[in-house]
Ligand binder design. Structure first.
Ligand code: NAG
Ligand code: NAG
Ligand code: NAG
Ligand code: NAG
Ligand code: NAG
Length: 912
């Protein structure tokens, strides 16, 4: 039903905003109202109301008290005597009583006292509970006629005045038609001396009845000093239905005959009440109730004048402001007085129903209209009051699950509703278990009930942390997906009718990973870290050190809530020197963001820059200076041990990263060469042989050459280069970050190798030589692979010298070599962690030595290697097999774009 949906929607919106403001109701408190009834009473004009709190499934007996005896109110006695009872969806009970009910004690028609006994009993109670309510209501504004239409009776109270005539009762010819009004002046009060003889009903046929018979038939007749009250059940046979302005009305029309000795008099009393059906129209979102403005049946004395119209609910009049607040409206038209109430408005309530596990609600409200009118010039006025209960048909309103999950809080937050206020949660079913509400709260689900501030609806909230084992976790393309399937077990109170509502929710969590970027200016690395305030927690490593507050200060760290930046000088200890070039140093800074819980890397950032640096200077007076810096590739180097060619010339200053040398053209083994226009002074910084021999390390040797070119007039031009050592088996790489080594294994197991010191290695003819080529990289980057491009042997150390024997050509075994190279696969072991960084091959010696004269019984093996990026699948060159079907090393002629870099490597001297 759209109307309801709309209200529910408004309710949701409201609930969303008010959720923290709404009182949270303890589920327990609602379930057990045993103990005390909360009884209060109220005077509402010519009626009174007794409110009794929820009965909690118990039964209530209501008895009237008179002359110290109690009389149980049965439904028929209630309608005869002016009582009615209603109960709402939660068992709250309201007892209405006419002030002039049969059991009221009155004082001068001004004060009316009604006393009731209430007895609460039921299976859930050990003992019956008794309550007494006694209420005195003062009502002095009696109109000539007071009509009360309650749900079960029609009551009319008129002044006890009549025209007294002598003689016996004779039926009037045209009773109470108003066509022949008699002058009021002749009327007089019918005092206590008169007694009621007969009651005449007009149905509309005249139907006389003695008082005793009338009372036996369920009618109520009562007198007070000044008034006569006649009451009829709504469905009594002596009433009739009449259509008034299109509205069916139940009409009670009577004449009461009084007699005193030989005097008689009669009092006419008529009332008309709208039938419960036929006067209410329920459209999509509105209840409309039509009451005829001018009820002709009741007008006897001339022109009608409507003086007042009031609206109320549950017998209580409301002021216009309150009506507006509740969105009620009242229209007084020519023919009808129309009351409009939105479905779901305050003042009514929803009662829940379960049909086939389907949740339905009906809305009930009891509006009231009060009219005051006068007729003609008689000053006769009528006060007309209707209490009109309205209940809609069952409205289908499937509860909704609103997912209020806030990802940062790592918990599902569900709002489920709306439900009528008569619904309670019993349990929650999860995939493998059913939990009571208490269990749920112990587990942190925080099941709460929220009441809407101005409707009778409620909703439940449940919070389930993503970490709870009821939450299913999967990963979809790197995104964590949390899902929760649950069913709320609910009941409708007080009858405990069970039903359930399922909820399936899913949340996708992309951890907001911080990012690092940066670059260099001429002296600093500038690093910018971007992070989310509620993102992943992390700490920062700069080089090998954690970024502490002290360091942050040193690096002038600046932060603004989403970013921080800092500057690391290129000479900072956290920076690694990768290579020394002519007038610059290439340095690398590595910044890693780590997860403090797992210590795993979240982000790695590495940047290398060339910083201009004067590493060597030549002065006109012949002094030369040189600065040697420790490179990343030689971690165990101690710079203080470096010397010039003359091992006695150590650094004049050194620390763990630098060595600074001062020398002259004539000292420390500096050599001098005369070239065409210049004189070249050269020296070299390295570890003295003695120290180097003691170092058992795989690291490449450190060697720096210092050159000064002196023009005839002005000294000039400095070159500062790394330089390979001649007997070194390692190829030097000017850039320093990746090196390739070739080594000779003792046997086919490739487990023991000849060391640098073992060269020249002596071998016998025909003895196989086992070579291994390795990519030396500290990064263990498994994405790189080493491929042999060309391998050959020469007699001279110079790799370009002739003669030359080709072993591997363009990645393939030389097919014309009669003693072909045998390739050995590489398996991982303790030493070989990444087989793609290795290649092994076997060569027989005589293949090339045999054809030479005996004068040169030494040779060298050289290889050109390619370092391929295996993740680059675009170029297949690094993966192709040899086209001539020969067993081959992967790869053929390689496209330069596939190749990360090319390296050269040469073996040491091998003697035959
Ligand atoms: C209550 O008692 C009074 C006098 O004691 C009597 O007049 C009256 O009829 C009694 N009412 C009922 C309902 O018994
Ligand atoms: C009711 O009983 C009380 C005492 O039990 C007595 O004082 C009172 O007069 C009685 N009332 C009537 C109307 O009988
Ligand atoms: C859960 O509550 C429902 C009420 O809706 C009830 O029918 C069901 O039996 C309960 N289940 C358990 C295991 O208590
Ligand atoms: C924080 O600094 C970064 C980088 O300078 C800038 O992009 C961002 O807008 C700044 N944020 C605030 C809130 O100032
Ligand atoms: C040579 O010149 C440099 C720079 O002017 C100076 O520092 C150094 O002491 C001089 N050396 C000699 C031996 O005079």
């Amino acid at each position: 039903m759209n109307a309801l949906r709309e209200i529910l929607l408004q309710y949701y919106i409201l609930l969303r905003w008010c959720i923290l403001l709404i009182g949270v109701v303890n589920l327990e408190a609602q379930r057990k109202p045993e103990g005390f009834l909360n009884v209060s009473s109220k005077c509402l004009g010519n009626i009174m109301r007794v409110d009794v709190g929820p009965l909690g499934g118990n039964l209530l007996d209501i008895a009237a008290v008179i002359n110290n005896s109690t009389i149980l109110l049965t439904p028929s006695l209630a309608s005869q005597c002016g009582f009615s009872v209603r109960m709402d969806q939660l068992g709250n009970t309201m007892i209405y009583a006419s002030l002039q009910n049969c059991f009221a004690e009155y004082v001068e028609d001004k004060a009316f006292t009604t006393t009731l006994h209430l007895r609460l009993h039921g299976n859930r109670m050990a003992e019956d509970e008794l309550y007494q309510v006694s209420k005195t209501c003062h009502y002095t504004t009696w109109a000539s006629r007071e009509i009360v239409c309650d749900r079960n009776y029609i009551e009319v109270s008129v002044e006890r005045q009549g025209k007294v005539t002598p003689g016996q009762y004779v039926l009037p010819e045209h009773p109470v038609q108003g066509s022949n009004p008699r002058p009021a002046a002749k009327k007089q009060l019918i005092d206590g001396g008169f007694r009621i003889a007969t009651l005449v009903f007009f149905t509309p046929e005249e139907k006389p009845m003695t008082v005793a018979v009338a009372q036996r038939n369920g009618y109520g007749i009562g007198t007070t000093p000044t008034r006569l009250t006649v009451r009829s059940p709504k469905n009594a046979p002596e009433t009739y239905t009449q259509d008034v302005a299109g509205v069916p009305m139940t009409v009670l029309k009577t004449s009461t005959i009084f007699e005193k000795k030989w005097l008689t008099t009669q009092i006419d009393a008529a009332a008309a009440c709208p039938a419960l059906a036929g006067s209410v129209f329920i459209t999509q979102n509105t209840i409309r109730w039509f009451l005829p403005r001018h009820i002709e049946t009741l007008i006897s004395y001339g022109p009608f004048k409507l003086l007042e119209v009031h609206m109320g609910v549950d017998g209580q009049r409301l002021d216009p402001a309150e009506m507006a607040a509740r969105q009620y409206s009242l229209f007084v038209g020519d023919r009808h007085i129309v009351v409009e109430i939105p479905v779901g408005a305050v003042g009514g309530y929803f009662k829940s129903h379960v049909q086939d596990d389907q949740y339905l609600m009906a809305y009930t409200i009891e509006p009231m209209l009060e009219l005051l009118w006068t007729e003609g010039s008689t000053h006769k006025n009528t006060h007309y009051k209707v209490l009109h209960p309205i209940t809609t048909q069952l409205l289908s309103s499937p509860p909704q699950v609103i997912d209020n999950t806030v990802l940062e809080e790592r918990a599902f937050k569900l709002l489920i509703g709306p439900f009528g206020s008569d619904v309670a949660v019993m349990n929650i079913s999860l995939p493998y278990e059913v939990l009571s509400v208490e269990d749920c709260n112990v587990r942190g689900f925080n099941v709460l009930e929220h009441k809407s501030p101005n409707s009778n609806l409620k909703a439940f909230t449940v919070e389930v942390p993503f970490t709870d084992h009821a939450v299913l976790q999967t990963t979809e393309m790197g995104v964590k997906v949390y899902s929760l399937h649950m069913a709320l077990g609910l009941v409708v109170l007080p009858e405990f009718a069970p039903f359930s509502h399922t909820a399936f929710v899913e949340a996708k969590l992309v951890d907001k990973v911080p990012s690092v970027s940066g670059g260099c200016d001429h002296q600093n690395f500038n690093v910018l870290v971007k992070y989310e305030t509620h993102g992943l927690n992390f700490y920062t490593m700069v080089g090998k050190q954690i970024l502490t507050p002290d360091m942050a200060q040193q690096y002038s760290l600046m932060e603004n809530g989403t970013h921080f930046s800092f500057a690391v000088p290129f000479s900072d200890p956290a920076v690694e020197f990768e290579a020394v070039e002519e007038s610059s140093i290439r340095s690398r800074l590595i910044v890693v963001l780590k997860n403090p819980e797992t210590n795993t890397n979240i982000q790695e950032f590495s940047v290398a820059c060339h910083f201009p640096s004067t590493l060597a200077e030549c002065f006109p007076n012949g002094t030369m200076t040189a600065l040697a810096v420790k490179l990343e590739s030689v971690p165990s180097l101690n710079p203080s041990q470096l010397t010039l060619r003359d091992p006695t010339c150590g650094p004049s200053y050194s620390d763990d990263r630098y060595a600074y040398f001062v020398f002259t053209g004539r000292s420390c083994g500096t050599t001098r060469k005369f070239l065409s226009n210049v004189m070249l002074y050269e020296n070299e910084i390295s570890l003295p042989d003695k120290v180097r021999k003691e170092l058992k390390t795989d690291e490449p040797d450190f060697g720096l050459q210092v050159s000064c070119y002196y023009d005839t007039n002005k000294p000039h031009a400095v070159a500062f280069q790394s330089r390979p050592r001649r007997s070194d088996p390692y190829a030097k790489n000017a850039r320093g970050e990746m090196k390739v080594a070739i080594r000779l294994a003792v046997d086919e197991s490739y487990s023991v190798f000849y060391r640098v010191d073992d060269y020249p290695v002596a071998m016998y003819l025909q003895q196989p030589l086992y070579f291994e080529v390795e990519l030396l990289t500290r990064s263990r980057n498994s994405k790189l692979s080493l491929e042999l491009e060309n391998c050959w042997a020469t007699l001279d150390e110079d790799r370009t010298s002739q003669p030359r024997w080709n072993l591997i050509i363009n990645g393939c075994v030389n097919p014309v070599d009669p003693h072909r190279v045998i390739l050995h696969p590489v398996w991982p072991d303790a030493r070989v962690q990444n087989p793609s960084h290795f290649k092994r091959f076997q060569v027989k010696m005589f293949a090339f030595v045999e054809d030479q004269d005996n004068s040169s019984r030494q040779f060298f093996v050289h290889c050109d290697v390619a370092i391929c990026d295996t993740t680059n699948h675009l170029g297949e060159a690094c993966k192709q097999t040899c086209s001539n079907q020969e067993k081959a090393i992967k790869g053929q002629r390689r496209d330069i774009s596939d190749v990360h870099s090319f390296k050269h490597v040469s073996s040491g001297r091998i003697l035959v």
